[in-house]
Write a protein that binds this ligand. Structure first.
Ligand SMILES: [Ca+2]
Ligand SMILES: [Ca+2]
Length: 498
């Protein structure tokens, strides 16, 4: 679908590329600094990403970056050559935070597909933070070997030199999880490898003239040095138990609090592995953990590192905008009501709960009297022109906030104080951004306002904010306040008036 030839600094992002005959992206000679970001690459005839150059002579395609991509097949690959990412004769590629599914040639044990490999005298490849589910051999330096004419600079001494695999999770295989084939000086650090091939008790193989270091990994099986392959190994958990993990059945290989054989038991490799698969700085606690996850005692017991909005919830909790319940939970899916919304808005606007004023002597709204638990917050939000009552003088504090109301609150909070509350000076576009928010929708102006790239990121523009989230819950709420993570979050914490 994209074929690069002498095209450095190419970037493709935010697309789905699928059902192509050969490759989704083919990076040919002299195309350095290719970036593939936030792509879905699905059911390609042969490997979704292929990086090759004209053999011995170059020029080569180096220093590429593939991150936040989803790569795989609905059931399995249908052609002879099945890979996820195939890199030949290239230097300095980084594969980061990608997910790989069903890169397999099916049940025949003699037919093997690779989730990722780099070979042909490739060098210094980094594979980190990736998740591999049901791939025959998920990770390899060296792959199945390279024909002589394709080795970089004609140097056939090694298939791969240097490089590191760190913080990756493997969930299901048809062979080993990591295969080193003529890979010189490799590092395999802090991976969680659930290899499941019953016929061979090995999560990691080092074969032929491979050499390197294997440390801080959690593995379901053992490792093997074959045909002269070498490695030093230390601080690994071999034949580990699934009870170490939160919910491995759904791919959640975060450590549980009782995983004492892994937590704080790793070697200090922070020079090479400064963070974990969540992006958290290592170590947390007394020492580095073994495996891809560094365990963190969650602020709220029901928002662990596996929760999709954990970073947003933590950011809001740290800023004093949200709090938990007395039992230590956050209850992320609980709907947000108008009184609660006033609390969050007021805390953010005032710069913390302690700066929200106590409110006027008499109540503005008949149903939020001075002794109402949210009185001072509702009054403050009303005084700031963020919230308004109904025509009958009520505030209706227990009504759930929907996304249209949310857009109004956010838009009023984001704009400069002199422009509130009706966004004077802002004209919404003639053509609606969202198919279910027509230009005569009562909140049209506000929803379009916060959908502007300069103001907010509220999800892919092809889908509607209201159909995606019909009502607000406490997890969605935090996304509006915290720095963007992927497509979620508008960083209201940085935009509100303090
Ligand atoms: Ca630790
Ligand atoms: Ca973690």
């Amino acid at each position: 679908m994209f074929k690069l030839y002498r095209s450095p600094h190419f970037t493709a992002e935010n697309m789905t590329l699928r059902d192509v005959y050969w490759h989704c992206v083919q990076v040919n000679e002299d195309s350095d600094y290719c970036t593939l970001r936030n792509l879905v690459m699905w059911d390609a005839g042969e490997g979704p990403v292929k990086v090759t150059s004209p053999g011995h002579s170059g020029p080569y395609s180096d220093y590429g970056l593939i991150e936040d991509c989803v790569i795989g097949y609905t059931t399995q690959g249908m052609r002879d050559v099945v890979e996820g990412i195939d890199i030949v004769g290239s230097v300095g590629w980084v594969i980061r935070n990608c997910e790989f599914y069903n890169v397999t040639k099916g049940p025949d044990p003699d037919l093997v597909g690779y989730g990722f490999f780099a070979k042909g005298n490739s060098q210094d490849t980094v594979v980190e933070g990736c998740y591999f589910e049901n791939c025959d051999i998920p990770l390899s330096f060296g792959g199945g070997g390279t024909a002589p004419e394709w080795f970089r600079d004609g140097d056939m001494t090694y298939e791969h030199r240097g490089g590191i695999m760190r913080n990756n999770v493997v969930n299901g295989t048809k062979d080993v999880a990591i295969y080193m084939n003529s890979a010189h000086d490799f590092k395999v650090y802090n991976n969680t490898l659930w290899s499941t091939f019953a016929g061979y008790d090995s999560s990691i193989d080092s074969r032929f003239n491979s050499s390197g270091e294997i440390a801080n990994n959690i593995c379901s099986q053992y490792y093997h040095l074959r045909d002269g392959g070498a490695a030093t190994e230390h601080h690994n958990l071999w034949h580990a138990s699934l009870s170490l993990f939160e919910d491995p059945g759904s791919g959640n290989f975060h450590l549980v609090s009782g995983a004492t054989s892994a937590i704080d038991q790793g070697a200090d490799l922070t020079a090479d592995v400064p963070t974990d698969m969540d992006g958290q700085t290592r170590p947390i606690g007394a020492a580095v953990d073994i495996g891809a996850d560094e365990y963190r005692t969650p602020t709220f017991s029901d928002v662990t590192d596996a929760h999709w909005a954990v970073r947003q919830v933590e950011a809001c909790a740290a800023a004093g905008v949200v709090g938990g319940f007395p039992d230590g939970t956050y209850r992320p899916s609980l709907p947000v009501t108008r009184d609660q919304m006033a609390v969050y808005i007021s805390r953010a606007l005032a710069g913390g709960d302690e700066f929200v004023p106590t409110g006027p002597a008499s109540a503005t709204f008949s149903d939020v009297p001075t002794d109402h638990w949210a009185f001072k917050y509702v009054e403050y939000a009303a005084a700031q022109d963020i919230v308004a009552g109904y025509d009958d003088g009520t505030y209706r504090p227990t009504i759930q906030v929907d996304r249209a109301q949310m857009a109004v609150f956010i838009a009023r909070a984001v704009v400069s104080p002199t422009n509130r509350p009706d966004l004077p000076g802002y004209s919404p576009p003639d053509t609606p951004t969202f198919p279910d928010v027509a230009s005569d929708h009562w909140a049209y102006k506000y929803i379009e306002y916060i959908a502007q790239p300069s103001v907010a990121v509220i999800g892919p523009t092809s889908s509607s904010p209201e159909t995606r989230w019909p009502s607000m819950s406490r997890e969605h709420l935090t996304c509006l306040y915290s720095p963007p993570v992927g497509h979620c979050g508008i960083n209201l914490l940085s935009k509100v008036r303090r």
